[in-house]
Write a protein that binds this ligand. Structure first.
Ligand code: SF4
Length: 217
C-alpha cells in the first residue's frame, strides 16, 4: 500500500470519528519487477551455457516460463521435441494435459511458474544423465531462489531426485509434503506418465489439491 493511500484511509476514518484502528500491514512477498529483471539476466546466462554436451544438439534453450511472482512452481525433467522447437516448457500434449488438470483445482497457467531440471533437450528424449543434471543444477536453484514460491511441485522421478535426493522413489514420495529449506516440496507424477496411464490422473489431481492447501496467496 502506498503511503498516501494509507493517509487517505486514516483521514476517512478520522472524519467518521474513529479514534483507534488496529491495522496490520501486509508485507509484500517480493518485488516482481526485480524478480523479472534477475530472471531475464539468468535466462541470458542459460542461453550462453556450454556446461554439458546438450547445447550442441538442442534447437533452443528452454529456460522456464510463467509468473515471476508465483507461489506455486512446477519442476519437470527436460524439454521434449515441442519444447525444444518453441523454446518454451510444457507446450506439447503433456503441457496441455497439465493446463487442463490445473483448471480442475482452480489454477491457471498464468498463475504458476514452470521450469525443467535441464534447459536443453536430451537427444531422442533419453533420460537425463547425472553429469547433465549436475551441470544444470545451479540454474534451477537460482530460479527457485528468485521466484521464492511457497510450494514446489516436482513432476516425475528426475525432478524428485534432483530436489530431494537420489534415494527417493516416486511411488513412495508422491503426495507427501517435504520441507526443503523455506520451501514445501510435493512430488507427483509427470504429465507425460499420465498420458500413458490415465488411471493415475485422479491421484495427480489429489496431489495438486495437497499443494493448493499450502499456497500462501
Ligand atoms: Fe547448460 Fe543446462 Fe543446457 Fe547443459 S542442459 S548446456 S548445463 S543449459
Amino acid at each position: 500500500m502506498e503511503k498516501n493511500q494509507l493517509g487517505d484511509i486514516l483521514n476517512f476514518y478520522r472524519d467518521l470519528g474513529v479514534e483507534y484502528l488496529n491495522i496490520k500491514l501486509k508485507k509484500e512477498k517480493k518485488s516482481s519487477k526485480n524478480t523479472f529483471f534477475y530472471l531475464e539476466k539468468l535466462k541470458r546466462e542459460v542461453e550462453n551455457c556450454k556446461a554439458c554436451e546438450l547445447y550442441k544438439t538442442k534447437k533452443h534453450y528452454v529456460f522456464g516460463d510463467g509468473n515471476p511472482n508465483a507461489d506455486l512452481m512446477f519442476i519437470g525433467e527436460a524439454p521434449g521435441a515441442n519444447e525444444d522447437e518453441q523454446g518454451l516448457p510444457f507446450v506439447g500434449r503433456a503441457g496441455k494435459l497439465l493446463d487442463d488438470l490445473l483448471k480442475e483445482i482452480g489454477v491457471e497457467r498464468k498463475d504458476i511458474y514452470i521450469a525443467n531440471c535441464l534447459k536443453c533437450r536430451p537427444p531422442n528424449n533419453r533420460d537425463p544423465q547425472e553429469s547433465e543434471l549436475k551441470a544444470c543444477r545451479s540454474f534451477l536453484d537460482n530460479q527457485i531462489n528468485l521466484i521464492k514460491p511457497g510450494v514446489i511441485v516436482t513432476l516425475g522421478r528426475f525432478a524428485l531426485m534432483q530436489l530431494l535426493g537420489n534415494d527417493k522413489k516416486i511411488t513412495q514420495s508422491r503426495g507427501i509434503v517435504f520441507e526443503m529449506g523455506i520451501y514445501k516440496v510435493i512430488p507427483t507424477y509427470h504429465p507425460a506418465y499420465l498420458l500413458r496411464n490415465p488411471k493415475a490422473i485422479e491421484i495427480f489431481v489429489n496431489d495438486l489439491n495437497v499443494a493448493k492447501k499450502y499456497l500462501r496467496i
